[in-house]
Design a protein around this ligand. Structure first.
Ligand SMILES: Cc1cc2nc3c(=O)[nH]c(=O)nc-3n(C[C@H](O)[C@H](O)[C@H](O)COP(=O)(O)O)c2cc1C
Length: 328
């Protein structure tokens, strides 16, 4: 009897709303203190994330279809300024070995294109000297990949399949057979989810106009022309309880990664594109692009055919020891 009453109270709509409010309040407190956007320049880790975002934007620029010589000068100048600021406040740091090679590649690209900005280079040299980083095996910029190597890698076991997947920003104009997308979706069914609820929904846009509208709305530029198919993965909040209010993003993220690997295993190129946006923009997904109100968007995936040879941003990764804690 007591249990029934407790359950009745817990499920009462006003009680549910109140508990949700309490949860969101505590979440607000955490976000208000720890989100990168809050007092960014005072916090070492927040500043580091900002520096990585900015340097990655330069690296991405190098991997797009025909980067414009001299592109991104303002961004590079701001980044160099930020590096000075970081150094003055926190000194040198190993994570910068991820950033410096990207800037080196940027200057090399412009040197080869006869669009070298010597003034900017001198500023870069100054900060590079001040940071006096140990030479490491980090690399930055772009590498060129042969499609044949990628296709061969697909039969060489998971470590090789995982390492041959890159975000592609320069696709061939070849059309993709929908059968391949279905096959990838079939593989992605095996994705895990909390209590096997499989809350994901998948939207596939192949209609030329709808696809163009969607890509334009999302906002990425410089590589979207040859994207053959656009996929949006979303997840329904209907599957979850108060303590699981973010589970949709976890299950949806896992599903999206499985789908990315599945598409890669079909020999297709993919580019994940962010669905992280403010409500004022996100609401268009429900009014213009077919998502239901109970869903949250997880990620957009552009899918295209691989060129015989294609450039990719290296996007080098931190070493495991930079984030691993083992309790033995
Ligand atoms: C959730 C998510 C959103 C992303 N959004 C974008 C995006 O909007 N534009 C873009 O060019 N790349 C985007 N990327 C690709 C990342 O930049 C890329 O995955 C990362 O640099 C690692 O490189 P890799 O995918 O080649 O291994 C996104 C990746 C993820 C996982």
């Amino acid at each position: 009897m007591r249990d029934r009453i407790v359950t009745l109270i817990r499920n009462n709509i006003f009680v549910v709303w109140f508990r949700l409010l309490v949860e969101i309040y505590f979440e607000y407190l955490q976000l208000a203190k720890h989100l990168g956007a809050v007092r960014l320049k005072k916090n070492k880790r927040k500043l580091e994330a900002d520096i990585i975002i900015r340097s990655h934007a330069i690296e991405k620029g190098l991997s797009m279809v025909k980067p414009r010589p001299g592109f991104g000068e303002k961004k590079v100048s701001d980044l160099i300024q930020l590096l000075h600021y970081y150094y003055n406040k926190f000194g040198s740091s190993n994570f910068l070995t991820l950033v410096i090679p990207i800037l080196e590649s940027y200057f090399e690209f412009n040197r080869n294109q006869n669009s070298f900005n010597n003034e900017l280079w001198l500023k870069f040299e100054e900060i590079r000297g001040r940071l006096s980083l140990e030479v490491t095996d980090y690399v930055g910029g772009i590498i060129w990949i042969e499609k044949e190597d990628t296709l061969n890698s697909l039969n060489q076991g998971f470590p090789r399949v995982a390492s041959s997947r890159y975000s592609i920003r320069d696709f061939s104009d070849q059309k993709i057979d929908m059968e391949l997308i279905y096959k990838a979706l079939e593989i992605a069914r095996k994705s895990p989810s909390a209590c096997n609820r499989q809350p994901w929904r998948v939207y596939v846009y192949r209609n030329e106009k709808k696809k163009k509208d969607l890509l334009k709305w999302q906002g990425n530029k410089g590589f979207i022309d040859n994207i053959d198919t656009v996929i949006i993965v979303s997840c329904s909040l209907n599957s979850f309880f108060i303590n699981e209010k973010h589970q949709a993003y976890i299950d949806g993220g896992l599903y999206s990664m499985t789908l990315l690997y599945a598409l890669h295993s079909m020999g297709l190129g993919t580019i994940p594109m962010t669905m992280a946006m403010m409500h004022s923009k996100r609401k268009d997904l429900y009014t213009h692009f077919g998502l239901q109100q109970d869903e949250v968007p997880i990620v957009m995936i552009g899918v295209g055919a691989l060129k015989d040879k294609y450039p990719v941003a290296i996007s080098d990764r931190k070493k495991i020891n930079e984030y691993l804690t083992v309790f033995e």
